[in-house]
Design a protein around this ligand. Structure first.
Ligand SMILES: *[C@@H]1O[C@H](CO)[C@@H](O)[C@H](O)[C@H]1NC(C)=O
Ligand SMILES: *[C@@H]1O[C@H](CO)[C@@H](O)[C@H](O)[C@H]1NC(C)=O
Ligand SMILES: *[C@@H]1O[C@H](CO)[C@@H](O)[C@H](O)[C@H]1NC(C)=O
Ligand SMILES: *[C@@H]1O[C@H](CO)[C@@H](O)[C@H](O)[C@H]1NC(C)=O
Ligand SMILES: *[C@@H]1O[C@H](CO)[C@@H](O)[C@H](O)[C@H]1NC(C)=O
Ligand SMILES: *[C@@H]1O[C@H](CO)[C@@H](O)[C@H](O)[C@H]1NC(C)=O
Ligand SMILES: *[C@@H]1O[C@H](CO)[C@@H](O)[C@H](O)[C@H]1NC(C)=O
Ligand SMILES: *[C@@H]1O[C@H](CO)[C@@H](O)[C@H](O)[C@H]1NC(C)=O
Ligand SMILES: *[C@@H]1O[C@H](CO)[C@@H](O)[C@H](O)[C@H]1NC(C)=O
Ligand SMILES: *[C@@H]1O[C@H](CO)[C@@H](O)[C@H](O)[C@H]1NC(C)=O
Ligand SMILES: *[C@@H]1O[C@H](CO)[C@@H](O)[C@H](O)[C@H]1NC(C)=O
Ligand SMILES: *[C@@H]1O[C@H](CO)[C@@H](O)[C@H](O)[C@H]1NC(C)=O
Length: 437
C-alpha cells in the first residue's frame, strides 16, 4: 500500500469512494482487507451514483475485484477513467444465475454500461474477465446461457470508449445494444486459452439495434467473430482492425426471429488484417423457417429483412479458412432441406482489394437463397491464393487444383467480377477444414 493511500484512508474515514465535488475516485476494498478479493461492486455503484451525472469516475491504479453484476446505466455527461485492473470473478455458478439479460439470443452480460455523453477511457487500466474458467468449462460449446458478455454499452447516445483493453473476456468482449453514435477506438482484446479448449464465442464486438457506430484502431485476438454486425445495425464504420485467430468480419447472423425483421444497411469494413482466421469477410443469415434449436438461444430462423450497401475494403488475409462467404443457411446442421428458404434479402455488397492466402483451395462461397437471389454483388481486385499454391504444393485430396469461387443465385453473375467456377452448395458451412472436392 502506498503512503498517500493511507493518508486518504485517514482523512476520508476508510471510504472506498473519495468524492470531491463532481469527481469520484474509487479504491478497492482489498487495500483494507489484507489484499483479499472483497467485492468492489457496491463501491463502484456508489461512485456512479455520486458522480455519474456531470461528473468523473476514476478507477485508481489498483486491482478491483468484481464478484457481482454491475449496472452503471443512465449516466449523463460522465467521464470514466480506468487506471486500474477490473478483475471479474470466475464464479461460474454465480454469473450463470445473475448476469443481466440482453434479450438477443437469451444472452446476458456482467456489466450494463452507458448513458448520454459518456466517455470510458483506459488510462493504463484494463478489464480482466478471467475467462479461462469459462473456456475450460464450456468445452467448445456454443452460446451457454448466463455466460456473460464482458461489457454491454446499452441505451446510449454519444458514447466513446477509447483505449479500452479487455483480456480473457468471459464471452463476447463487447456488445452495443439499442444505442446511437457509439465509438470504440484504440481497442484491444486478447482471449487466449492455455489448454485444449478453445475461446469459442469470444466475439470482439457485436452490435444490435444500433445506429451510427465506429470501431477504429483495434487489435483483437479471439475465437469467434472479430466484429459482427447483428440485426438492425446501421451506419457502422470499421477501420484499421487486426484480428488474430478470429472468425472474421461478419454481418449477422440475422433473420433469427420471425416477428423481428432485421435491417443491416450502410456498413463498411476497411483496412482489416485477419491472421489465421476461419472466415475473413462474410454475411450469414438464418434459413426461412423457424426450427427449434437447443435451449441455448441457437434456435431460430424465419426472419425477414434486408442487408444492403455493405463494403469490405482493403483486407489482407493470411491463412483464412474461408476468406469470403455469403451463407443463407448459417446453421445447416439445423436441417439442410430448408437452406434455400431464407427471407433475408441481400443486395449491394462489394468486396474490394481483398488479398492474401486461403488455408484450403477455396476463396469464396456465395450462396444466395433461391427465395431471394442477390443483385449487385461485386468483387473488385479479389486476389487470393491457397497457402499450398504459394509454396508450389498441390491441394491435397482434390482434383480442383485451382482457387475455387463457388456461386449460386447471384443476379448478374457474369458482370459481378466474381470468377465463379463451381456451384455453391446451399449448406456450405462457415467452418472449413479441408479442400473443396
Ligand atoms: C469544488 O468546487 C468548488 C465550487 O465550484 C470550487 O471552488 C473548488 O475549488 C472545487 N474543489 C476542487 C478540489 O476542485
Ligand atoms: C439498471 O439501473 C437503472 C437505474 O439507473 C434501472 O432503471 C434499471 O432497471 C437497472 N437495470 C437492470 C437490468 O437491473
Ligand atoms: C450531450 O452533449 C450535447 C453536446 O455537447 C449537449 O448539447 C447535450 O445537451 C448533452 N446531453 C445531455 C443530456 O446533457
Ligand atoms: C500503476 O502502478 C504500477 C505499479 O505501481 C505502475 O507500474 C504503473 O505505471 C501505474 N499505472 C498508471 C497508469 O499510473
Ligand atoms: C434509456 O435512456 C433514456 C434517456 O436517454 C432514459 O429515459 C430511459 O429510462 C433509459 N432506459 C432504460 C431501460 O434504462
Ligand atoms: C495474448 O495473450 C497470450 C497469453 O497470455 C499471449 O501469449 C499473447 O502474446 C497475447 N497476444 C497479444 C497480441 O498480446
Ligand atoms: C488511430 O491510430 C492512429 C495512429 O496511432 C492515430 O493517428 C489516430 O488518431 C487513431 N484514431 C483514433 C480514432 O483514435
Ligand atoms: C491501427 O491500429 C493500431 C492499434 O490496433 C495502431 O497501433 C496503428 O497505429 C493504427 N494504424 C493506423 C494507420 O492508424
Ligand atoms: C429491427 O427494427 C425494426 C424497426 O425498424 C423492428 O421492427 C424489429 O423488431 C427490429 N429487429 C430486431 C431483431 O430487433
Ligand atoms: C444510408 O446512407 C445514406 C447515405 O448517407 C443515407 O441517406 C441513408 O439514410 C442511410 N440508410 C440508413 C438506413 O441509415
Ligand atoms: C453506403 O454506406 C456508406 C457507409 O458505409 C455510405 O457512405 C454511403 O453513402 C452509402 N451509400 C448509399 C447509396 O446509401
Ligand atoms: C418449439 O418448441 C416450443 C416449446 O417446446 C413449442 O411450443 C413450439 O411449438 C415449437 N415450435 C416448432 C416450430 O416446432
Amino acid at each position: 500500500m502506498k503512503p498517500w493511500v493511507l493518508l486518504i484512508w485517514a482523512t476520508a474515514v476508510a471510504s472506498y469512494v473519495v468524492h470531491d465535488n463532481s469527481t469520484c475516485i474509487i479504491y478497492p476494498q482489498s487495500l483494507a482487507h489484507n489484499g483479499s478479493a472483497v467485492d468492489d461492486a457496491s463501491s463502484i455503484h456508489q461512485a456512479f451514483d455520486l458522480c455519474g451525472t456531470d461528473g468523473t469516475v476514476i478507477f485508481s491504479n489498483h486491482t478491483f475485484h468484481i464478484n457481482s453484476v454491475l449496472n452503471t446505466t443512465n449516466l449523463v455527461n460522465c467521464e470514466v477513467l480506468l487506471r486500474g485492473e477490473l478483475s471479474f470473478s470466475d464464479d461460474i455458478s454465480y454469473w450463470r444465475s445473475h448476469s443481466y439479460s440482453v434479450v438477443l439470443q437469451n444472452q446476458s452480460t456482467a456489466w450494463l454500461f452507458g448513458g448520454t455523453n459518456v466517455t470510458l477511457r483506459g488510462e493504463g487500466g484494463w478489464y480482466n474477465g478471467n475467462g479461462q474458467a469459462w473456456y475450460t468449462e464450456n468445452r467448445n460449446g456454443a452460446n451457454q446461457p448466463g455466460r456473460p458478455i464482458s461489457i454491454t454499452f446499452f441505451n446510449s447516445t454519444n458514447l466513446l470508449a477509447d483505449h479500452l483493453t479487455i483480456i480473457q473476456p468471459q464471452f463476447w468482449a463487447t456488445f452495443v445494444w439499442q444505442s446511437k453514435n457509439v465509438s470504440i477506438t484504440n481497442f484491444f482484446v486478447n482471449a487466449t486459452s492455455d489448454n485444449q479448449w478453445d475461446t469459442t464465442n469470444t466475439d470482439g464486438y457485436d452490435s444490435w439495434n444500433s445506429d451510427i457506430l465506429l470501431v477504429e484502431n483495434a487489435t483483437i485476438t479471439n475465437g469467434d467473430d472479430c466484429i459482427a454486425a447483428k440485426g438492425n445495425t446501421t451506419n457502422l464504420f470499421v477501420k484499421n482492425v487486426t484480428c488474430h485467430h478470429s472468425v472474421g468480419m461478419a454481418i449477422g447472423s440475422v433473420g433469427q426471429y420471425p416477428n423481428m425483421p432485421d435491417y443491416n444497411i450502410n456498413i463498411t469494413f476497411e483496412d482489416v488484417k485477419c491472421l489465421n482466421c476461419m472466415d475473413g469477410a462474410y454475411i450469414k443469415t438464418w434459413q426461412g423457417v423457424w426450427l427449434n434449436g437447443t435451449s441455448n438461444g441457437d434456435g431460430g430462423g424465419g426472419g425477414h429483412g434486408l442487408i444492403k450497401n455493405i463494403t469490405f475494403r482493403n483486407f489482407e488475409l493470411e491463412n483464412a479458412g474461408l476468406p469470403i462467404q455469403i451463407s443463407q443457411c448459417i446453421y445447416p446442421e439445423a436441417d439442410s432441406k430448408y437452406c434455400n428458404t431464407s427471407k433475408m434479402r441481400i443486395e449491394d455488397v462489394t468486396w474490394t482489394n481483398i488479398t492474401g492466402t486461403s488455408r484450403y483451395n477455396i476463396a469464396a462461397s456465395i450462396y444466395c437463397s433461391e427465395a431471394h437471389p442477390c443483385p449487385n454483388i461485386t468483387f473488385e481486385n479479389v486476389n487470393l491464393r491457397s497457402v499450398n499454391q504459394t509454396k508450389g504444393l498441390p491441394a491435397y485430396g482434390t482434383p480442383l487444383q485451382y482457387e475455387v469461387f463457388q456461386c449460386a443465385n447471384i443476379i448478374g453473375e457474369s458482370s459481378s467480377g466474381i470468377p465463379c467456377n463451381h456451384v455453391a452448395p446451399s449448406n456450405f458451412s462457415q467452418s472449413v477444414y479441408s479442400n473443396v472436392k
